[in-house]
Write a protein that binds this ligand. Sequence first.
Ligand SMILES: Nc1ncnc2c1ncn2[C@@H]1O[C@H](COP(=O)(O)OS(=O)(=O)O)[C@@H](OP(=O)(O)O)[C@H]1O
Length: 378
Amino acid sequence: MAGFLHVDIKMFTPIKAQNSSRDSPPVTNIMFLKTHKTASSTMLNILYRFSESHNLSVALPKDSMFHLGYPWLFVAHFYVEGMEQNGPQNHHFNVMCNHLRFNFPEVQKVMANDTFYLSIIRNPVFQLESSFIYYKKYSPAFRRVKSLDQFLADPWKYYNVSVGLKNVYARNNMWFDFGFDNNAQAEAGYVHRCLSEVERQFQLVLIADYFDESLVLLRRRLRWQLDDVVSFKLNVRSQRTISRLTPESQERAKSWCELDWQLYQHFNRTFWAQLYAEVSPRQLREELAQLRARRRELTTLCLQDPEPKNTTQIKDQNLLPYQSGDAEILGYNLRQGLDNATLHFCQRMAMPELQYMAHLYSLQFPDKPPKNIPLRKK
Ligand SMILES: Nc1ncnc2c1ncn2[C@@H]1O[C@H](COP(=O)(O)OS(=O)(=O)O)[C@@H](OP(=O)(O)O)[C@H]1O
C-alpha cells in the first residue's frame, strides 16, 4: 500500500474548476442518468467508489430489484429502497446512478435541490452495435436476424413498434433513456425542444467515445481528486463478439437512430465547447497524461494482467461480470498477495456493477435480505 500511495502530491489535490472558489468542497449530490452501452458501468463504479469512501447515501433499487424500474418511467416510491409513497418530503439521497428511465419530477423527489445532474452518451453507431449483441436474445427486433448489417438493411421487417418495451434497445435507446419517445419522428422543432429540456435538466453530458477527456471535465466540475475518477474499463466485450459494420450500415444506423444521432451531435459539440472553455489544449494534454499515468500505476498495482478476462478465467465470483445475449463480457483477476488495504481498494476498482450494488445495499440496509446476484457463468 505504501508504494501505491507514494505518488506525486498533485494527484491527490483537487483541480479547481474555473469559477469555483478555492475552498469549495467537492460536489457530493449527484444524479447520474445511466444510459445503455455507453461506458455507464465504468461511470457507476466511479460513483459507487466515491459514495462508499465519502459515506454518501445512494438511492438503490428496492427489495430484490436490480435497477430502478427500467424500462418503465421512473417513479420514486415504486423503485427506490427507503422511499415511501407518503413518506417525508425531505428524505433525499446523495447519489442516484442505477438504470432508470428519466422522469424529472420523480427524480427530484429523491434528490436535493443542489444536485448535479450528469449523464453519458456514445456515438449511436457503436452504441447500437454493442446493444445488438448484448440484447440479441432479449429484444424481439434482434432475435430473428443474424447480423446488425442484415437488420439495418431492412429494420421495419424485424422491428414492431407495438411489441413495446422489449424493443427499446433496438432504436434510439439513449433518447428513450432520457424519457422521450424513441419512435417519434425526428422533426426539427420536436428535437430542438427535447434537446433544450436536457440542457436545462443536466449540467453535464459526457461522451463515452472520449472517455478520458470526459473524466478531465468531470473532475473539474465536481472538484474531485484524481484517484476519484481513475477507473478500469468495465463491461467490455471480447474482440470476437465485436463486429465491424460496413460503411453503408453505419450510415443506416445513423438514420435508423436519427434521434440518438441528433442527441449525440448536439452534446458532442457542447462537450468540447465546455471542455475548452475550462482548459487550454496544453492543460488538457497534461491532465490526460496524468490520468493515464495513474491508471497504469493502479493497473500494475491491482491486476494480475491488464488484459480483461472471460468468465472461465476469472477466479473470484465477486469479480464475475453479468453475461447477456451473444456478448462475451470480460472482467479482471486481481494480483495475488495484496495486503488487506490494497486488496480492499483493488476489489472495488474491478467490481462489476451488480456485485457493487449488492454490497452497498447490504451496507445501507443491513436489516434487509441481501440482493441475490444472477450470474450466468462458464
Ligand atoms: N473507459 C471506457 N472508455 C470507453 N468505453 C468504455 C469504457 N468502459 C466501458 N466501455 C464500453 O462501454 C460499453 C458498456 O457500456 P455500459 O457499461 O453502459 O453497458 S450496460 O448498459 O451497463 O450494460 C462496452 O462497449 P462494447 O465493448 O462496445 O460493448 C465497453 O467496452
